[in-house]
Design a protein. Structure first.
Length: 273
């Protein structure tokens, strides 16, 4: 037992002796950075939804059976492209009838003008009374009015005939057809057939609270000038700036649902009421 205690004491003395010989640890190295003052861009985050820049509803404006669909559901279409046709037989017949009525009215006008010219000559010769000249003048005026009326009917008939072709007014993506070939459309009201959305550029709608709206007035300056033409020019300018473009006052950066950033910048074009 005594030998054990002695060994322990000697070991303790040896450890203390080594500890006294070791020097203090070296000082810790600390890095130093010069402080600089500069502006840091502030960002407003909001959850947005995508929408077409223009959404054009394609409707059947005349009554008839849907005859054909001339685009593939969900495909790109061009302005002026026919998307649907409606059976046009009745409207073609109506247009031909209106053309015939115009021709008859013009023939009647020509005949009445001839009568008036002849009656004016006879009146100068004292052969007929002034009443007959007045009657011929009235007949000419009535014939002129009839010509205008029949021309208006012809214009309407041709317009109805043109409505048998549903045409896209813009370039864009046409949605899935809501009515299929063979169905009766336009009976009680213009039937919605599909919608064409303009996607270049595209709209991003997002909410903004009053504090952020008031805090950054430069983001919403001269909104009345920001139309489609302005948008295309501004987007091209921001694109040319590269990474610096996202720091512009009217710039918008879109983060997609998967967390990736859309590679092209956006610009604020309008504020709702």
């Amino acid at each position: 037992m005594r030998s054990y205690l002695l060994a322990l004491a000697l070991a303790s003395i040896t450890a203390c002796t080594h500890a006294k010989k070791a020097g203090p640890p070296p000082p810790v190295r600390v890095g130093v950075v010069a402080v600089e003052r500069h502006d840091v861009p502030l960002y407003i985050e909001a959850v947005g939804s995508l929408d077409g820049y223009v959404n054009a509803d394609i409707r059947a404006r005349v009554k008839g059976y849907l005859e054909s669909q001339r685009y593939k559901d969900g495909s790109k279409v061009k302005a002026g492209q026919t998307l649907f046709t409606i059976e046009a037989t009745d409207y073609q017949a109506a247009a031909r009838g209106a053309e015939a009525n115009v021709a008859r009215a013009k023939n009647a006008l020509s005949h009445n003008r001839t009568d008036l010219s002849r009656n004016l000559g006879l009146r100068k010769a004292g052969v007929i009374s002034q009443q007959e000249v007045d009657n011929a003048t009235t007949a000419v005026a009535d014939a002129e009015a009839l010509v205008r009326a029949t021309e208006a009917q012809l214009e309407q008939a041709r317009l109805n005939l043109s409505y048998t072709k549903a045409i896209s007014p813009i370039d864009g993506i046409a949605g899935i057809a809501l009515v299929r070939v063979g169905n009766l459309v336009g009976q009680d009201a213009p039937t919605l057939l599909t919608t064409v959305s303009q996607l270049d550029p595209i709209r991003v709608n997002f909410p903004l609270d009053e504090i952020d709206y008031v805090k950054y007035p430069e983001r919403f300056a001269n909104l009345e000038k920001r139309d489609l033409a302005w948008s295309k020019q501004e987007l091209a300018r921001l694109e040319a700036l590269g990474p610096r473009g996202k720091d512009e006052p009217d710039a918008v950066e879109v983060v997609l649902a998967d967390g990736s950033t859309y590679p092209h910048p956006g610009a604020i074009v309008a504020v709702d009421r």
